[in-house]
Design a protein around this ligand. Sequence first.
Ligand code: ADP
Ligand code: TPW
Length: 594
Amino acid sequence: MATVTPTAPAGQATEQAGGTAAPAAQAPEQIDGFHLVIEALRLNGIDTVFGLPGIPITDLTRKAQAAGMRVISFRHEQNAGYAASIAGFLTGKPGICLTVSAPGFLNGLTALANATTNCFPMILVSGSSEREIVDLQQGDYEEMDQLAIARPLCKAAFRVLHAEDIGVGVARAIRAAVSGRPGGVYLDLPAKLFPQSIDAEAGRRSLIRVVDPAPRQIPAPEAVQRALDLLKGAKRPLILLGKGAAYARADDAIRALVEKTGIPYLPMSMAKGILPDTHPQCASAARSFVLPEADVVLLVGARLNWLLSHGKGKTWGGKSAKDWGGQKFIQVDISPQEADSNVAIDAPVVGDIGSCVAALNAGIGAGWPRPPAEWLAAVGERKARNVAKMAETLAKDPAPMNFHSALNVVRDIVKANPDAILVNEGANALDFTRSIVDMYKPRRRLDVGTWGVMGIGMGFSIAAAVTSGEQVIAIEGDSAFGFSGMEVETICRYNLPVCIVILNNNGVYRGDEKNLAGGTDPSPMVFVKGARYDRMMEAFGGVGVQASTPAQLRAAMEEAIRSRRPTLVNAIIDEGAGTESGRITALNPTAKKK
Ligand code: ADP
Ligand code: TPW
């Protein structure tokens, strides 16, 4: 078997004095640390790693590929890390990111922290320097106490010093990443571990196939009843679906909950598509009406963090920024500590979403009251008004293009290709895409998540294409794209069906700002005007297109999807079209004074 290395190379069997050949002593089969790591991952169904080679993990990448794993090699560890984290979200198995010591590890760490923040299961596996030298601070090659640095940024951090512990280390990392609230895990593998050889039979026995890594967590019946009682008495109920609901893969149960109760629902950004955005009960187009008006809100896999204005303030009908709007909340979440983090939760339902929603559904019989007709009519009316307003805006065809006219094309393309995975980052490019482009299937929209982090674009696109085989459409602000742009080479190298559309307005948020001092340096907010991002893709053999009109953009995207070739469309947007920070302008410390 390829994973086993004999202790002595063939032909080294000893000859006894006198020239008589003795029967060759059978050297016990040995297995080294490299192969134990690979086998431990494979035993647990992990078939892909995202990483960047170098000392001490170069051979790990080679040997993993030789052993039949898919090894996706990136140009920067941060992008490999983002890829691993979203692979975790998309597959429900921990995504693996492999980095070298110190600087490579640190480059991967942002993605690890982001995974933890977003509840994505991932394992950052990093090679590290010699413990003895690191601990005495004697200046080893790429010396750093990586375990200590990673620990506060992840759910759990482990180090393996002995080859016979690799099985346990990998098993613990997998369990920590996917059980309960998923998150990032750090696994520290010092360089000395990899060449350690142990008896192959004992080595294999030391590996662990993790049984039931993300066990169901059944909610308490009284918690379910409390939630049902509250929901039943609601006059203006609302269901709010978060990305935890998308991750939980309880799509049928969630649809049944929504349809059996008849309650309007709002999807958070990455929950779009659990039910199609065109569903009659979808209240996205009436968001600013339903949040302050609802009296009982059922949160399913969504936290009341900044993205939901912490459950209070004017968004929720409060009289001031800190004022509670009076809503009652039911919260379905796997984390028992989440309830009451921002406002009082009247009915916490702790468990996995599949089990919790099934339990709620079981209590929603034929006699369940429909929400009051006035509430449904009010939501419907507001929706219709906003949809008509949006249709009017989308019908305009300004020159140069603005966000709306470009995204009207993307909206049509996604409608025609509902299986395509949409990756999205930027400020205006993010906010407008989220509200204009409808999603039709679960886990098809991947974006900047809880932190609003720029730089996820190419890593997410690569992982989405690799794990699903589906077409990927990345809608990118020009600034956002710059954080991971070099990975277009990776996209071309692996020939992935990724169509990148850069909504290019020559800068961060917009492209028309001036240096306030009037000097020759450009404003910190602007980039080279008329930059040809399409040529970056051409440089690596992909297709680059410059699009100045919606018709050109449409033709380029249709051809990209037809051909499945790596494509970058540089869509020229009016440089005065965006607003500062998109829709979160109010979070800018000086914005209130303006
Ligand atoms: P969004 O940003 O879409 O509002 P959040 O990331 O804030 O979503 O919230 C996701 C929530 O979902 C987290 O509180 C997390 O604990 C929870 N969660 C994740 N997976 C599950 C699951 N399988 N069952 C229950 N809750 C889950
Ligand atoms: C890691 C701050 C938020 S949005 C943005 C930046 C730099 C770019 C906006 O310009 P873009 O989009 O992409 O051209 P558009 O459509 O508005 O023109 N560093 C990190 N994360 C964040 N969020 C920032 C900086 C930021």
